[in-house]
Design a binder for this molecule. Sequence first.
Ligand code: HEM
Length: 122
Amino acid sequence: MALLIYKIIHLTGIAMTLMALGGAMVYTIAGGRKADLRWRKPVAITHGVGLFLALLGGFGMLARMGIHWPWPGYIFVKVVVWVLFGGLLTLIYKKPDAGKGLWAATIALFALAAYMAIFKPF
Ligand code: HEM
């Protein structure tokens, strides 16, 4: 039961992170700048809490699955994706012109992490 609860926490955290990134990207692609974004704080909070819940759920599942250090390769890849998602919000605001590229990159990073979680290739 706990494993499935951790998975719900994990996926909810990832959804929150993606919502915050997506919202910020649509805003900057449409020409908006961070200083003028009235909803900046809720976006930042959703991003931060989302990352935290993704981490909590992910490591909770690892513990329940009896996976300890050194982690299998697929977990390392997912941790790198998590770190990139952490830095992406700042990049979106700093490089608004790269918005469309970051949009595609975010989708690709999610697909990579999901592939790793489901197929565990290494
Ligand atoms: C902090 C790093 C992360 C850790 C420790 C972690 C760990 C895990 C674990 C242990 C599972 C369960 C795998 C299984 O059911 O056998 C899982 C599932 C999943 N993770 Fe992560 N994960 C991390 C980051 C991410 C990120 C950044 C994403 C997406 C952007 C992601 C997407 C998923 C998805 C979609 C599943 C569900 C797969 C399924 O239903 O079987 N994870 N994760």
